[in-house]
Write a protein that binds this ligand. Structure first.
Ligand code: URA
Length: 443
């Protein structure tokens, strides 16, 4: 195989063969193909796309480029959830214990936050002592014992994707649908669960800005999962507005605990129950109606909260924080953004709110930035709410006083106002599973 020939083929829109894709991924992982040639191929894919067959093969080749986790002993019960990334997205902290309480086995690798989006691993590390690096044996053992384990991404999992993603990031080729879909799904396949539910975010704080683009990505990922023998479904959810009221690690954990105790914001609870229903349906083989009733029972009976406490303890975290979240404490400096008039809030740009939280210390500007668990934003008012002049819309928390002005001005720029009432946006745009997914040709 000559890489030059593959670039030439793809430049003219000719599909690559299975053998070509597997050999190319293997050689690239072993550093036998230079980045400049791979960049040229990525750009040709960006312009000419890939057939479903090519996308499935690329995903499989990347998934097999390194270690794979063997969870076969759990059968369909092993289940993973993936979010394409958002602001205030603490759903894993709620959904995972609900599903584990229902009998699913949630064995999950999660990421850290970068830029305006948060990461589950950072949120979990708000608990003193919580350990996100378990050995493969510890991971499988805890999954079985507790029904739930969440660890950081292993460097040896889908190493081809790691290299390719870093290359795409600097060659303007991230936003190619087959490349995004294969990148995400290669890690899910390597992580080994039989059932996969994807939370594809859509809106100003997400990769996919429109429901149409989000649907095309979701459908491609569902087709990849099914082609690889995994029970796969996707829920397309709103990320035009941050989810819930809390943005920032310990604050998000506290809000998740509120939901697990039967309170918390409605939007967050609705998205969590929708995701949990699909995960229970796939992993425990229930009808959607039964799965929904089970998810609600696990949440409202307190079984999911008990499972959450057990999970935190099992991974070395101080579970007294789960019982009394005030132990997380409050950051040293607090700022406010107030309404300048009597108006309705019309919109709240999720990306900008995420950026403001990052400025306060809740997120990373670079991979090496250090997170401040107590930094963040509490959005007291959201689109649709009426505010009075002087009323607090958002409270800002930080250990670094000098960040307050820049963050407050970013929050102000994220908001728009209206004199008349505004219509609520949909929270869930669509649900795609094996029964409803369209073929590439029909999409
Ligand atoms: N997340 C990934 O893991 N890969 C992409 O290509 C985009 C988002």
């Amino acid at each position: 195989m000559r890489m030059y020939d593959l670039i030439e083929k793809k430049k003219h829109g000719v599909a690559l063969t299975r053998e070509e894709i597997f050999e190319m991924i293997s050689l690239y992982t072993d550093e036998k193909i230079p980045d400049y040639q791979m960049s040229a191929l990525m750009m040709a894919i960006y312009f000419n796309g890939m057939t479903d067959e090519e996308t499935f093969t690329l995903t499989e080749a990347m998934a097999k480029s390194g270690d794979t986790v063997d969870l076969s002993r759990f059968g369909d019960r092993s289940v993973d959830k993936h979010s394409t990334g958002g602001v205030g997205d603490k759903t894993t902290l709620i959904v995972a214990p609900i599903v584990a309480a229902a009998g699913g086995i949630v064995a999950k690798m999660s990421g850290r936050g970068l830029g305006h989006t948060g990461g589950t691993v950072d949120k979990l590390e708000s608990f003193p002592g919580f350990c996100t690096s378990l050995t493969p044996e510890e991971f499988a053992d805890q999954s079985e014992r507790v029904g739930l384990a969440v660890i950081g991404q292993s460097a040896d999992l889908a190493p081809a994707d790691k290299k390719l993603y870093a290359l795409r990031d600097v060659t303007a080729t991230v936003d190619s649908l087959p490349l995004i879909a294969s990148s995400i799904m290669s890690k899910k396949l390597a992580a080994g669960t039989r059932s996969i539910v994807l939370d594809v975010k859509c809106g100003s704080g997400a990769f996919m800005r429109t429901p149409e683009d989000a649907t095309r990505l979701a459908e491609t990922m569902v087709r990849i999962g099914i082609a690889n023998g995994r029970n796969t479904a996707a829920v397309i959810t709103n990320m035009d507005i941050p989810l819930g009221h809390a943005i920032g690690n310990a604050m998000e954990v506290t809000e998740a605990i509120e939901v697990l105790r039967g309170g918390g914001p409605d939007d967050l609870r609705t998205v969590c129950l929708t995701l949990a229903t699909r995960m229970i349906a796939l992993s425990c083989q229930n009808s959607i109606e039964d799965a929904e009733a089970i998810a609600k029972d696990c949440l409202y009976s307190g079984k999911a909260y008990q499972k959450f406490c057990r999970w935190i303890e099992a991974q070395g975290g101080d579970a007294s924080y789960a019982k009394d979240p005030t132990l997380f404490g409050i950051a040293a400096h607090v700022g406010e953004v107030c309404a300048e008039d009597d108006l309705y809030i019309a919109s709240c740009n999720a990306e900008m709110i995420g950026t403001a939280a990052m400025i306060l210390g809740a997120g990373r500007q670079t991979k090496d930035s250090v997170i401040d668990p107590r930094a963040g934003i509490h959005l007291l008012k959201k689109p649709g709410d009426r505010v009075k002049k002087g009323e607090v819309i958002a409270r800002l928390f930080t250990e670094r006083k000098d960040t307050l002005d820049a963050a407050a001005s970013t929050v102000r720029s994220a908001l728009t106002f209206s004199e008349s009432a505004v219509e609520a946006q949909p929270l869930i745009y669509a649900i795609i599973d094996g029964n409803t997914v369209r073929s590439k040709e029909d999409a």
